[in-house]
Design a protein around this ligand. Structure first.
Ligand SMILES: C[S@@+](CC[C@H](N)C(=O)[O-])C[C@H]1O[C@@H](n2cnc3c(N)ncnc32)[C@H](O)[C@@H]1O
Length: 337
């Protein structure tokens, strides 16, 4: 396989290997894709003025790229009002109040039940509800059916507070809030509405190549268990059509599922990413996690002959190491082609 080295993604690797990049424990969080996206951005040759994540979830890719200074500004949107409230608050003057609430929280089953059954509208309390339930529920799921870590009896080895480090989370919220001036918008909208609205902006009219879309839709498999807002098969197909005419550059990621291969497998910007972690299936077998990515930049690089057509596996380094080793790891492993 031809290997093309990527020399400049080390700073993003530093960020994306931080497991606390996002204060949210988000199912299917994609921080490990950030170095690849940084690399593609560099290869495309235009620094994004606005990096838009319309399926924001835990927003770890946007935050990694912003903190590593690969993009000027980010914009986040999610159909789930809990998530939109959380991010809006983190990047608002209310961040300090949210950090105080997290720091002072009583992490108990009683509080979990109170928040689970509450409805606060869209402000600070909702942002708190989001992070509290996310950090204290199984798999970080905000779904109505998701129970508390440790179960209702709290008799398991892990209790409700085992993923809620109040001091660290409060600190991280304050740290992120300092980036407020580089967050163009946070909205509670569907991706289709966000695409439509961005198309009307002056930024798009003047320099469409300076917009970058990172699209990470709900999974094909089990999304109804993980997210409060998920996709039916029609929605996946509608998204595939939307990528044909997005206002700006883009990269889409999907869990490696036969339906995703069917929808995108023949796209010229299709590639498989090896996330380099594996889950045990049984005593003998391990499942190596792969992710499908599709991007107009991959497609352009192939057209220009910069990337090979046939070989498709992209390796992403996984461990946080010291800077020198990291650069070697990036040179050796983060290869496209
Ligand atoms: C796979 S998750 C995104 C994870 C995120 N990339 C991360 O790293 O944490 C998909 C997200 O899409 C949101 N979503 C579902 N349907 C949507 C729609 N029609 N428009 C916008 N967001 C939607 C879900 O609420 C969920 O947060």
């Amino acid at each position: 396989m031809g290997q093309e080295s990527v020399g400049d993604a080390a700073s993003v690797v530093n960020w994306c290997t931080r497991s606390d990049i996002s204060p949210l424990r988000y199912p299917g969080g994609k921080r490990k894709l950030a170095p690849l996206i940084a690399d593609l951005i560099s290869k495309a040759g235009t620094r994004p003025a606005l990096f838009i994540e319309p399926f924001a979830g835990g927003a770890s890719v946007s935050i990694s790229l912003l903190e590593a200074d690969y993009v000027d500004m980010i914009a986040l949107a999610d159909a789930d009002p809990l998530l939109a409230s959380f991010w809006r608050t983190v990047f608002s003057p209310d961040a300090e109040a949210l950090a105080d609430m997290v720091y002072d929280a009583r992490v108990s089953l009683k509080e979990w039940k109170r928040l689970k059954h509450s409805n606060f509208g869209s402000g600070l309390e909702t942002a708190f509800k989001c992070i509290f339930l996310n950090r204290t529920s199984f798999s970080g799921s905000l779904n109505q059916g998701a129970g508390p870590i440790g179960g209702m009896s709290q008799s398991g080895q892990y209790k409700i507070n085992c993923r809620f480090n109040q001091e660290k989370l409060a600190e991280r919220i304050l740290e992120l809030s300092l980036l407020r001036h580089r967050v163009r918008f946070v909205r509670n909208e569907t991706y289709l509405k966000t695409v439509r609205d961005v198309r009307r902006t002056a930024l798009y009219r003047d320099s469409p190549q300076k917009l970058f879309w990172y699209l990470d839709p709900p999974f094909f498999a089990k999304a109804d268990k993980l997210y409060r807002y998920h996709f039916g098969s029609q929605d996946h197909e509608e998204l595939a059509r939307a990528t044909e005419n997005l206002p700006g550059r883009w990269l889409l990621s999907y869990d490696d599922h036969s339906d995703a291969r069917r929808l995108y497998g023949t796209h010229p910007g299709y590639a498989l990413v090896n996330l380099q972690y594996s889950a045990r299936i049984d005593e003998k077998r391990r499942l190596v996690a792969k992710e499908i990515v599709v991007s107009d930049i991959i497609s352009d690089l192939r057209k220009a002959g910069t990337l090979q057509h046939g070989a498709e596996i992209i390796q992403i380094p996984r461990r946080r190491q010291n800077a020198t080793v990291q650069i070697q790891a990036v040179d050796r492993n983060l290869a496209v082609g």
